[in-house]
Design a protein around this ligand. Sequence first.
Ligand code: 4NP
Length: 152
Amino acid sequence: MINSVLFVCLGNICRSPTAEAIFREKAPRRGLSVIADSAGTAGWHLGKAPYEPMQTTAAEFGYDLSPLRARQVAQKDFSNFDLIIAMDQQSLLDLKALTLRANTAHLRLMGAYISAGSPPDIPDPYYTRDFVGALKIIEQAIDNMLAAQWPK
Ligand code: 4NP
């Protein structure tokens, strides 16, 4: 049983905090009490709130990112969380490079919940500037993830 999920991207100010907030909104609606958190593989934005344009877009869709603060992935995350979701291939590779043999968390690509065959990367709106597009993809992935991991 998966009781905790960590969403991971590069900076922890766009994609993974959005995934965390959407998951926190949707999981209880399915009657789930699953712990959710997010982190970045890089530590550039430690302690910072999510990127302002991402916050604004998320708010338009009903998700509040304002309480979230960026942090970097830590070794203990690999034993504290049951499932770690990487937003793209590079994040997954970076996570695997950090993984020790004793780690218990399952590592998975977010894109696997969109297309199992060839999981797409979640496009990074920090570079694409398409905050709405990224949010909609993440929203769909979370819906699919909830149905796949916690079937009713
Ligand atoms: P994120 O996007 O990984 O979705 O949080 C980024 C945010 C900041 C940077 C890169 C990606 N940056 O280079 O500062």
